[in-house]
Design a protein around this ligand. Structure first.
Ligand code: PHE
Length: 353
């Protein structure tokens, strides 16, 4: 092999050489650049050449030496960095890596936002137990004894020992709505009452893209002298605009709840197609966002408030539903799966007020 061919062969060898430990890096140095190394050997042979050939090959040979040195530096740096990284893990004084920080769950973000909007207009926050008795979840709210919501098919009853029939007055159940908290507030406070109750609720439903057996609600209650339906509508219109943007409008459709009279479902103009029609609003231009109504006088009496003096309105919404419309979440199950690819998408929202 001529000297030129040996230079070429060595050049490829050096450039592709690998070393992942300090020992391997040192072996590389000895093998190529050491006193008996392959590159050093070429310099010895070079000395034997005639002046003519020296001229031609001298520069190539120097390039090879530089390439070997550059590769040695590169490998050494990589190995040193790796060692520093490993050592860093054991170093308690090392500054924390912030890029691994998590984010708030979209349900938390939206629940906080809803509560904030109402807090700004004077609503307090009230909470209550998730395991609730029949009186607070149903009885005081005017659910007749034979109402289907009291059935095991819809409600999770908590076994309370032998002989307790689901639906009986002393039965305990997972609350099916946070209206139960509003009963507790009305029993314990005198009007004016202005409060929202966020919390988990449970219903015996098969889990699908559109339903879950556990979800979150924020319900609201306002009781005072002369509270009117117009105030209810104004309050909810304010909420929809604060949550979804000033261009949004709401409408109300007559509905039925045992604890409100009159009752209504609230629709909002579809934020996705702006009313033009899309799959989210099923081409109607409207999406349902909550239920509401004027507190039934019988409910006020049940809670010790005189319906001849006071009136009130109430409303209740599902946090999952509001989050779905705000973030366009196509499947309810995504909220529960803790897939980081889903959760990461909310990290930019985490620190917003
Ligand atoms: N409690 C109702 C529900 O769970 C919502 C609602 C609250 C409706 C207040 C009217 C008034 O669906």
């Amino acid at each position: 092999m001529s000297l030129q061919e040996r230079i070429l062969a060595l050049e490829t060898e050096v450039k592709t050489a690998a070393a992942d430990t300090a020992e391997a890096v040192e072996r590389f140095r000895v093998a190529y650049l050491g006193r008996n190394g392959a590159v050093t050997a070429l310099f010895d042979d070079f000395k034997q050449l005639a002046a003519e050939e020296k001229k031609a090959l001298g520069q190539r040979l120097n390039q090879l030496k530089q390439a070997a040195q550059a590769r040695l530096d590169e490998l050494k740096l990589a190995v040193d960095q790796q060692r520093d990284e490993r050592a860093g893990l054991d170093d308690p004084t090392r500054p924390a890596a912030l890029d691994g920080a998590g984010s708030l769950h979209p349900i938390t973000l939206v629940r906080r936002r809803i509560v904030d909007i109402f807090a700004h207009i004077g609503f307090t926050v009230s909470e209550g137990p998730e395991v609730e008795d029949d009186h607070h979840n149903f009885g005081a709210l005017n659910f007749p004894p034979e109402h289907p919501a009291r059935d095991m098919q819809d409600t999770f009853f908590v076994a309370q020992g032998k002989g307790v029939t689901p639906g009986a007055a002393d039965a305990l159940a997972l609350r099916t709505h946070t209206s139960s908290v509003q009963v507790r507030v009305m029993e314990g406070q005198r009007p004016p009452i202005r409060t929202v109750s966020p919390g988990r609720v449970y219903r015996n439903e098969a889990i699908s893209a559109r339903a879950h057996c556990m979800f979150h609600q924020v319900e609201g209650l306002y009781v005072d002298k002369g509270v009117s339906f117009a105030e209810l509508k104004g309050t909810l219109d304010h909420f929809a605009k604060a949550m979804f943007g000033p261009e949004v409008v709401i409408r109300m459709r007559p509905s039925y709840f045992p604890f409100t009279e009159p009752s209504a479902e609230v629709d909002m103009s579809c934020t996705i197609c702006a009313g033009a029609g899309c799959t989210v609003c099923k081409h109607s231009g409207w999406v349902e966002i909550m239920g509401c109504g004027m507190v039934d006088p019988a409910v006020l009496s049940n809670c010790g408030i005189d319906p001849l003096v006071y009136s009130g309105f109430a409303f209740g919404m599902g946090v999952e539903r509001i989050a779905q419309l705000r973030y366009r979440v196509p499947d309810l199950r995504l909220y529960w799966e803790n897939d980081v690819r889903f959760l990461e998408q909310f990290s930019a929202e985490a620190f917003r007020g």
